[in-house]
Design a protein around this ligand. Sequence first.
Ligand SMILES: *Cc1c(COP(=O)(O)O)cnc(C)c1O
Length: 333
Amino acid sequence: MLLSGFPRVQLAHLPTPLEILPRLSEELGGPEIWVKRDDCTGLATGGNKTRKLEFSMGEAQERGADTIITVGAVQSNHVRQTAAAACKLGMKCEVLLEHRVSDPSELYRNSGNVLLDRIFGASLREYAAGTDFELAMEEVAGDVRAAGGAPYIVPGGASNPVGALGYVGCGEELLQQCEEQDVHFDHIVTATGSAGTHAGLAVGLRGNGSDLPILGIGVNAPKDAQEDKVYKLAAETAELVDKPGCVAREDIIADCNYIGPGYGQPTDGMNEAVLLLARTEGLLFDPVYSGKALAGMIDYIRRGRFDHNERIVFLHTGGAAGLFAYADILNLA
Ligand SMILES: *Cc1c(COP(=O)(O)O)cnc(C)c1O
């Protein structure tokens, strides 16, 4: 275990289930597909940010914070889970929302995650795309301090080394489940965005001697930029858990060919993937992250890039709470 000694609060329902998807596997006629259900982490409809927040909020609490400041896109799953975590720990939550999607619909601005942020009583401020959020969050922190509060900034996606510890833990949990359930995987596939999930997973696996190949499917940045971001964070996280150098640059692989027109913009592959998983397995995925990652995995299978007799595990990072905000972009035929 690489995680003992770090401040941590309990927020997630762990371990999350590791399940086989027999109907999807049969439908695609390729490898055997499993899912690691991090959509079931429990907090405010769950998702991958909850594991990270166990460590971010642990550090906030240890430092005596009473106000959490964070940032995300308008339909951010990270913001929703952070707002809920702050409530659970008796803290205030100041949110900076970035308008990354041009011409947003009424639903996008008010439903899905935004509705839940408001239910949790988070204070929401809206900013234009491309704002310098490090600076903007420092300004909000200054205001909180001036009013006598004690702020703590959680970066976007909780993707710093402290937050990535949550996915070091997920890697360890997966290895233990493989042993207990006597199952061996040939690949793990995950969405990769702000990079903490991919980076933490790499450290959790390599730092424990596993060479399970990790395929990240990008959702916003081009391949080189995404891989560099993941690698940099993995290297820092490896230092933090005292396993320096356990992840090599060439071990970080992101395929960024499934983004389509841009972050949060729908693609036919995403639309098909969301409906296919719903209608074969009764599972919900989201249009921005897990749906695009699934589209990538399905395309790999159809092109024979994963072998027939291999076994693959897809990390379900959650996000279905956002579906309601995208009701008018999904083609349900
Ligand atoms: C944030 C998020 C991701 C991406 O995780 P990162 O750690 O930011 O790379 C994937 N899926 C969902 C549903 C998310 O909310």
